[in-house]
Design a protein around this ligand. Structure first.
Ligand SMILES: NC(=O)c1ccc[n+]([C@@H]2O[C@H](COP(=O)([O-])OP(=O)(O)OC[C@H]3O[C@@H](n4cnc5c(N)ncnc54)[C@H](O)[C@@H]3O)[C@@H](O)[C@H]2O)c1
Ligand SMILES: O=c1ccn([C@@H]2O[C@H](COP(=O)(O)OP(=O)(O)O[C@H]3O[C@H](CO)[C@@H](O)[C@H](O)[C@H]3O)[C@@H](O)[C@H]2O)c(=O)[nH]1
Length: 434
């Protein structure tokens, strides 16, 4: 099928490349000329495993993937995915202005089209957005009758950064949201090549439900981490290792071990934003959700608790401190809502001289947090050299191999926020919840 994807960021690029991999002809539409030029050279505009191969193959060899800044490209396609950002406003509620602008531009373009067109919202949007905002906007600006000449569906995305391609091509589930049969049928045809080669669960539902399934998924996972961190804080006070407890809990089929890694908590572009958005949506409708509010509270508490542990051991005023890890999780250069930011703020308040290391995220951190001051080390060894304390914020696999490198510290205090350092002789080791 000829498919267009509006927005070529994290989700849009992965989606477009994976749809091309499934045999579709795909055009990515983005307002950013640099992103479009990068893609057309056969390079992904984002850092993600497996994407370089997919993008170069489908742009340069199969020619099933291309990018443009011109919305008119959607006219040559049967369906358009909208993968635009849905950021938070200051109060945590969802900002739909970029989605509205995109939907308007799409609708105005579709006014030129004679045949039926299917629009599919891929972005994470609060329940009701597709049916009450995007669909009427597309219908109005295109001058087309909804359900008759144009259909608007909702297909949430569950990919994780770092494993995005695999998550897309081998998903646990595909959710197809539609409020009319034709829009559902087109989405089924788009995903047929995937479901034919990979046995997955397909959930067919309305657009409101599809939107809520995405929030429920993220809110549940974020709350699961916060619950294990809440239990972990109790464990720490009682002298119990949370990981031993989590391993045993995970043996219960009803609980499962995944997302029970206790530590500094959740960051990234999705959990904080999406939990805040669904809390704000609930409040707008007069419901105060106590569990989700508590999940945020526990999450905010975790970096503070690591800093308190530091205070119990050493006054870092005027002293060198090593910070290992800046990315919000390993395998990415993404620093959005990274737990390293509150740690850096806390260390600055204490007057520490921070030397940070990260294998991928130094540049993005500098760009995203220009107010945070830290020196950069090219290796963990260099960061540790002469440090009076070491804080571990991201569980990069290479940090687990550190051993003799700790000998170069001025004071061998290691505060592990991610359960990734092996305690050894010669260091004073403190786990956040173990
Ligand atoms: N990042 C993830 O892991 C992830 C996973 C699942 C769902 N989501 C959701 O997907 C949506 C997109 O997120 P993302 O991380 O891909 O965003 P992003 O910021 O990485 O990319 C958005 C892209 O849209 C482009 N853009 C902005 N306005 C435009 C317009 N009017 N027309 C065309 N292009 C325009 C930008 O130039 C950018 O390239 C969000 O709702 C997000 O919550 C993200
Ligand atoms: O046991 C765990 C698991 C995760 N985390 C933290 O939780 C955050 C999110 O991790 P992860 O879910 O792996 O990363 P994302 O790429 O943000 O993916 C989430 O957000 C995406 C955007 O909505 C969804 O598509 C995915 O399904 C959802 O997992 C990170 O800071 C992790 O360090 C923990 O602290 N403990």
């Amino acid at each position: 099928m000829d498919i267009s994807v509006i927005g070529s960021g994290y989700v849009g690029t992965t989606l477009a490349a994976c749809l091309a991999e499934l045999g579709h002809d795909v055009v990515n539409v983005d307002i950013n000329e640099e992103i479009v030029a990068t893609l057309n050279r056969g390079e992904p505009p984002i850092h993600e495993e497996r994407l370089p191969d997919l993008v170069s193959r489908h742009v340069l060899e199969t020619e099933r993937l291309r990018a443009t800044t011109d919305y008119a490209a959607v006219l040559e396609t049967e369906a358009t995915f909208v993968a635009l950002p849905t950021p938070s406003r200051d109060d945590g509620s969802i900002d739909l202005s970029i989605m509205e602008a995109g939907a308007e531009q799409l609708g105005e373009t579709l006014a030129e089209k004679d045949e039926w067109h299917t629009v599919v919202v891929k972005s994470t949007v609060v329940p009701g957005t597709t049916a009450d905002l995007i669909a009427p906007l597309v219908a109005e600006t295109s001058g087309k009758a909804l359900g008759d000449e144009v259909g608007v569906g909702m297909n949430p995305e569950f990919l994780r950064e770092g494993t995005a391609v695999q998550d897309f091509l081998e998903p646990d589930k595909v959710v197809l949201g539609a409020d009319d049969d034709r829009t559902l049928a087109v989405q089924r045809r788009i995903y047929d090549p995937l479901t034919e080669r990979y046995d997955t669960n397909v959930v067919e539902t309305g657009t409101r439900e599809a939107e809520m399934m995405k929030y429920a998924n993220n809110a549940f996972l974020a709350a699961k981490v916060s619950l294990v961190n809440d239990l972990g804080n109790i464990c720490k006070e009682l002298g119990v290792d949370t990981y031993e407890i989590a391993d045993a809990m995970g043996l219960d089929d009803r609980i499962q071990r995944s997302f029970l890694d206790s530590g500094l908590g959740w960051g990234g572009s999705c959990f904080p934003k999406d939990v805040a958005a669904i809390i704000a949506a609930a409040r707008e409708h007069g419901y105060e959700p106590p569990m989700l509010t508590a999940a945020v509270e526990v999450n905010d508490m975790m970096p503070e608790r690591l800093l308190s542990l530091l205070d119990e051991h050493v006054d870092v005023g005027g002293k060198r401190v090593a910070l290992l890890g800046l990315a919000f999780k390993p395998g990415t250069d993404d620093v959005r809502e990274t737990r390293s930011a509150p740690l850096l703020r806390g260390l600055a308040e204490r007057g520490a001289e921070v030397v940070a290391h990260d294998p991928a995220a130094v540049e993005t951190m500098r760009k995203a947090f220009p107010d945070l001051s830290f020196a950069v080390a090219d290796s963990p060894e260099e960061a540790l050299d002469g440090a009076h304390a070491c804080l571990v914020a991201t569980d990069w696999p290479e940090y687990s191999d550190l051993d003799e490198e700790f000998d170069a510290m001025a004071n061998p205090l290691v505060l592990d926020g991610r359960h990734c350092i092996e305690p050894r002789e010669g260091i004073v080791y403190e786990g956040l919840t173990w």
